[in-house]
Design a protein around this ligand. Sequence first.
Ligand code: GTP
Ligand code: MG
Length: 435
Amino acid sequence: MPIPTTLIENRTPVERAILVGAPPRSLDARTVEEHLEELVRLTDTAGGNVVGVLIQRLDAPNARYFLGGGKVAQLRELVEEKEADLVIFDEDLKPDQAKNLEDFLGTRVMDRSELILDIFASRARTSEAKMQVELAQLEYLLPRLKRMWSHLSRIRGGIGLRGPGETQLETDRRLIGKRIVDLRKKLKGVAESRAIQRQRRNGAFRAALVGYTNAGKSSLLQALSGADLFVEDRLFATLDSATRSVELGSGHEGLLTDTVGFIRKLPHHLIASFRSTLEEAREADLILHVIDSSHPEWEEQRAVVEDVLADLELHERPQVLVFNKVDRLTHGEERALRDRVRAIENRPAVFVSALEEGALHELVDALKARVRLRLQPVHLHLPVADGETLATLYREGEVLSLEERGVHMDVTARVPEALLGRLSRVDGVRVLEPS
Ligand SMILES: Nc1nc2c(ncn2[C@@H]2O[C@H](COP(=O)(O)OP(=O)(O)OP(=O)(O)O)[C@@H](O)[C@H]2O)c(=O)[nH]1
Ligand SMILES: [Mg+2]
């Protein structure tokens, strides 16, 4: 007899969440809506179900409840009416505010940072990503220990059961502090071995894809390299950097690295712990800043990414703006976008689609041009009979001129540095200094 699975299934119930936004009065209505839309997507990514939304225009948050008195009462009614078990604020809450709100509303309360941390925690796959997220979580947790303990006591559900006393809190604080030190040490070790790995790859041209979450970084790497990567129409699909080799045609090759996406109000603990993953971007010859050009708020997203890059001191690295998803635009919209970008940007920009056949050429050309910049100009003498060396020059470098002089050929070419070394060891080949 088949086992009636429905009876023994033990799925965690989907949490019913109410979202709260408290934007300043100066923010236009469309942006407010986009921000909440993003919070809905984050909640969805975390596995929650949005059952209500509350907005209060607020220039100065209330010290006790963040929201004003009338609004908090309204929020409590909404929580009861919708039988919500979670309230998520788009704004950062102080530990005390969160605690007061929880006491008043009788439900769990979290802010955007906590939600993002939760998503990162559930998505981390490699041990490095897991350690990075744990570190960020513990640092976030430390000043909020008291509130977390009251969650636990509520879950235990005993009437009148208070949170554990200060002694317990102190022990926990010490344990957490120890774990933080431990994680930092381990992560430093990983960062060092990563640096050694990078050194081994030295010589090859390297570019790093950075950008807002969901802009299409992994899709672009997949389209360019043919590698199978995790792509999803959800936020923070990628938490680990992945490097793939990309064939750029006419013998040019490069290494491309995918990185974790950024988002508005990314918790600074996370940026700090993901620093070493983002080191990949620091050492790249070129940063490809990927932008979802079909997103109504792309300009804001671009600014967010720029702020994070500045935080990481990466903003002065050579950069190309990659406007992705142009397949979603009409011809008119694409033209308007190009005009707009030309008007506000002096960095190079390319317009591409990771999903449309043949719509990557602007990016490939830009990469090729950068690879070429790294080629060394040389002047060579080689025996006419040495077809093999000539073929290598054509394959790995760029032959600019070729003249036969009896049994020798005079060649000027641009070649990768590594090839230059190999050439000088070939019998009969003379490398004259850079032409
Ligand atoms: N129409 C269209 N969709 C795209 C394009 N590039 C990516 N997408 C879609 O956008 C979504 C996100 O793509 P990803 O490649 O996962 O984006 P990402 O930048 O790596 O995102 P994170 O890893 O979350 O930071 C997926 O559903 C892709 O199929 C494009 O050029 N055109
Ligand atoms: Mg990705």
